[in-house]
Design a protein around this ligand. Structure first.
Ligand SMILES: C[S@@+](CC[C@H](N)C(=O)[O-])C[C@H]1O[C@@H](n2cnc3c(N)ncnc32)[C@H](O)[C@@H]1O
Length: 318
């Protein structure tokens, strides 16, 4: 019955309740009026979330967020509000096909919606806008390991699967000597804002990626795909790097690393979500090393980050 908790968190967040509690405690009727929701239903949902440690004070009618609950506010550093938007709608509905994923090892989304997720997004621009905005909202934490790197040997960075381009924009703002190429599907690049010193290029990374970069970034891309496709993407990136011939060529992969032990870890949940949504997977360190080696890369370093690990690799020569 865990989804009753997660659906309640999504409903409360979508109704804007955490932001209404941002400045301090409020009564349930006051909150219900401000959010335009039913006061009795709100009290019962808040009661559940109080027992989950997200807030306090439902019975005395002085509702207040806890530190965990604050993660649902828009302006909390590392806010998870965007994750709620990302896990809702089609990302939630496709879990009704979890049995299909279990039987076949492939995406449940394709069975429930009749086509692969990124194809479906291309035909549903409003959902695509929500998806890319939610991804962009999570970039702030995702790119922290990138910002800590030495960028002095890089002139041009190619963000492969750049989405809205927020990661590239933030990186270029922090490193004013860099130019950027944001590469994604044509319909995504067409809808994305063009930042300063940035070129947008549309195409599929299964056909090839732009040449001309010293550093190539793959942020939350490879986990969308099973190994056979991830290797195809990595080989395309390596081809572009070898054709460019930059002496500073490096690949930066921002992804989860699934722990080898049995302790609970968000990467385990994301691993199954990638399976059900896309037929993809999260990987252990050993699996990452094997995948990159099979694709012609040598892993130089793996650094743990707050929300994503950073894998640094260089292309092996032909
Ligand atoms: C999980 S999002 C990651 C976005 C971004 N890198 C980030 O960290 O927020 C995956 C991205 O891959 C893009 N994508 C999917 N299939 C693609 C393809 N065949 N060629 C290029 N980009 C693709 C999607 O449009 C989406 O922007």
């Amino acid at each position: 019955m865990g989804y009753i908790v997660s659906r309640s968190i999504m409903a409360i967040t979508e109704a804007g309740i955490p932001d209404l509690l941002h400045d301090g405690p409020r009564s349930v009727p006051d909150l219900a009026t401000a959010a335009g929701v039913d006061a009795d239903a709100l009290r019962r949902m808040l009661g559940l979330l109080e027992s989950e440690g997200l807030l306090t004070g439902v019975a005395p009618d002085r509702v207040e967020l806890t530190g965990r609950g604050r993660l649902l506010c828009s302006d909390t550093p590392g806010s998870l509000k965007h994750l709620c938007a990302l896990m809702d709608h089609e990302a939630y509905t496709c879990w009704s096909g979890a049995g299909h994923a279990l039987r076949t090892g492939g995406a449940a989304f394709d069975q429930v919606y009749g086509q692969p997720y990124f194809d479906w997004l291309a035909g549903h621009p409003d959902d695509a806008t929500r998806f890319h905005a939610a991804q962009a909202g999570l970039v702030e934490m995702r790119l922290l390991p990138l910002l800590a790197l030495d960028w002095s040997a890089t002139r041009t960075v190619v963000d492969v699967g750049a989405g809205d381009g927020v990661l590239l924009h933030t990186l270029l703002t922090a490193q004013p000597h860099l130019a950027g190429i944001g590469f994604d599907l044509p319909e995504v690049t067409a809808a994305a804002p063009v930042g300063e010193r940035t070129t947008r290029v549309g195409g599929s990374f299964f056909d090839g990626v732009p040449v001309g970069g010293d550093t190539y970034v793959l942020a939350q891309i490879l986990h969308d795909w099973p190994d056979v496709d991830a290797v195809r993407i990595l080989r395309r990136v390596r081809e572009a790097m070898l054709r460019t011939g930059s002496p500073a060529a490096r690949l930066l992969v921002l992804e989860q690393v699934v722990p080898d032990d049995t302790r609970p870890h968000p990467a385990r949940l994301l691993d199954l979500h990638m399976l059900v949504l896309l037929g993809g997977r999260e990987r252990t360190e050993r699996q990452w090393r094997e995948l990159l080696s099979r694709s012609g890369f040598r892993v130089e370093r793996i650094t743990a980050g707050a929300r994503s690990a950073l894998l640094e690799a260089v292309p092996e020569p032909d």
